[in-house]
Design a protein around this ligand. Structure first.
Ligand SMILES: Nc1ncnc2c1ncn2[C@@H]1O[C@H](COP(=O)(O)OP(=O)(O)OP(=O)(O)O)[C@@H](O)[C@H]1O
Length: 529
């Protein structure tokens, strides 16, 4: 036990130190505080036998999602979730009934690797500056992102860095390759008014087999896609970014969206449907592009409509002063230029991702622009070399019709085929219109099949030969009826296209009347002279 004198001595010594501290100049306080604050953690870490690694949800530059976070999340959910008592379940895949189970926040799981134990914990989002203003550099986030924290013994440091973490990534790749669910992303303005991607599972029904278009063209596109997908080495050899740009053009209803679905199925890529109207400016667009993953199709639909807004300035400057509408637009844009340059998405901003400086960020990406009016596009967008391939989706001709007949009616030949082929050559009918004609009637086929199936379920005699025969007869009758209906529709549209519309007739009559009147006046004038 310390005597009273010892305590009094200790107290006086502390009082002396306090007095000395208060007499010291102000800058000495600062330095002493700095030394103490750096020495304490050093001393602590010297005695602490554990080390930790943090895997944050977003990368250092805060632009992109950290893939390592996704890798750890998948790895822990599949490999170590058994040891956790709080999990989260989500049904992500429409085609499967298995929910995806992930670790809940603040849950700790233990993994072992090569005799070493690793402790993992998912730390929730944390506000760094509680009560202060948070400045965010990445979309939709105001707080510190979530992170995984890995704790291990110091002596396993080398093992963790050179073997364990790479093995986590390898396992993640294996797991995702097996259970991959294609997704459709779209961007929308988040709470912080920044555009962010959200996604849903995506299983487009279209395939190249059912796409109604010229066969040679279809094969050419499929070969082009295959060459692109296998072209990693080629692109790096020639020093080009591994990406490809397509311009899909054609009238509405010729299958541009269907083609995108077929391409996504063919390549097994995710699709990012970029809505430029909810992107404020080029820097927000850059963040969105950087947040897309490799192996994806980035779609910008109806580029002519968007481009109108993006290029008004360029077009306006070309126009002579007499054109009021364009002059108005030019004035508007000039006004925007002075006041609002930083708050717009520009065509050059967009193109810098397609083939400019930023196109090299990321690989294995397909850019897909669609338009109903190729003639309205800015020449900068369609100049050679900008888009790798222009694909024209055209009206339905006989070859395309045969594909639709096979898909919708399950027939490859019919007595009306010749007439339909001839009529399709004479009229500009879209595949959507033809498909619509075939579908309305083929619905009944489904009804019959269902009736027959219901019979079987009710315990009535199974669908025997007679039933099958009846079904086939019904199908044939439906095909007859349906194709006859299509012939009627095509004949009608042929007649309509042959007859000029009423306003054209009226205009022609008016013009003729004016000419006769003019001639009469001239004749009258001549007679008087
Ligand atoms: N070439 C085609 N092959 C097969 N089906 C087609 C084709 N074109 C259109 N269809 C059918 O018509 C529907 C509408 O077509 P789609 O939306 O792909 O046309 P689009 O050219 O993208 O039209 P829009 O320009 O109006 O968006 C599709 O769901 C599909 O059933």
């Amino acid at each position: 036990m310390a005597s009273v004198e010892t305590w009094v001595g200790f107290g006086s010594a502390m009082a002396g130190v306090g007095l000395l501290w208060s007499r010291m100049p102000e800058h000495f306080h600062e330095e002493a505080r700095y030394i103490i604050s750096s020495l304490v953690p050093m001393a602590m870490s010297y005695f602490n036998p554990y080390e930790q690694i943090t895997v944050s949800e977003y990368g250092e530059e805060r632009f992109r999602r950290n893939k390592m976070f996704d890798a750890v999340s998948t790895y822990l959910s599949r490999v170590c979730a058994g040891g956790a008592c709080k999990l989260k379940a989500e049904l992500c895949n429409n085609t499967k009934d298995d929910p995806v189970v992930t670790l809940d926040e603040n849950q700790e799981v233990v993994d072992s690797f090569d005799g070493a134990r690793m402790w993992w914990r998912l730390c929730p989002k944390a506000s760094k500056n509680k009560g202060a203003i948070n400045v965010s550099y990445y979309p939709g986030e105001t707080d510190e992102p979530r992170c995984f924290r890995l704790v291990f013994h110091k002596r396993h440091r080398q093992l963790v860095l050179s073997s364990y973490l790479p093995s986590v990534v390898r396992r993640w790749r294996e797991l995702t390759a097996k259970n991959r669910q294609r997704r459709l992303f779209t961007n929308h303005a988040s709470e912080g008014n920044k555009s962010v991607w959200t996604s849903v599972p995506y299983n487009p029904p279209a395939t190249f087999d059912m796409l109604a278009m010229d066969h040679a063209k279809k094969v050419d596109i499929m070969e082009d896609l295959t060459a692109f997908q296998k072209g990693k080495e080629y692109h790096s050899k020639v020093g080009k970014a591994w990406k490809r740009g397509y311009l899909l053009h054609g009238p509405p209803g010729t299958g541009k969206s269907t083609m995108i679905g077929a391409m996504a199925n063919f390549l097994d890529y995710d699709v990012y449907d970029l809505d430029l109207t909810s992107v404020k400016n080029n820097s927000e667009l850059r963040k969105l592009f950087l947040d897309t993953t490799d192996k994806s199709i980035i779609v910008i639909e109806d580029i002519d409509a968007i481009e109108d807004e993006l290029t008004t300035k360029r077009k306006g400057n070309k126009v002579v002063n007499g054109d009021d509408e364009i002059r108005d637009k030019r004035m508007l844009v000039e006004f925007a230029d002075k006041n609002d340059e930083k708050s717009r998405v520009t065509l050059s901003g967009l193109l810098s991702f397609v083939d400019g400086l930023w196109s090299a960020c990321g690989s294995e990406r397909v850019f897909m622009f669609t338009t109903n009016h190729i003639d309205r596009l800015d020449p900068a967008l369609i100049r050679p070399g900008r888009m790798d391939k222009h694909i024209e989706m055209s009206y339905c001709r006989f070859e395309a019709f045969k594909v639709l007949a096979k898909s919708y009616l399950d027939i490859t030949d019919h007595s009306l085929f010749a007439e339909i082929g001839w009529l399709l050559d004479e009229t500009d009918t879209t595949p959507a219109d033809v498909a619509d004609n075939l579908m309305v009637r083929s619905k009944r086929n489904g009804e019959i099949s269902r009736l027959l199936l219901d019979d079987e379920m009710d315990g009535s005699p199974p669908a025997d030969v007679a039933n099958n025969f009846m079904l086939r007869c019904k199908r044939k009758r439906d095909a007859d009826e349906c194709l006859a209906g299509l012939v009627e529709t095509l004949k009608k549209s042929k007649m309509e296209s042959a007859t000029p519309p009423m306003d054209t007739i009226e205009e022609e009559a008016k013009e003729e009347h004016n000419i006769t009147q003019k001639k009469d006046t001239e004749r009258g004038e001549r007679n008087t002279t």
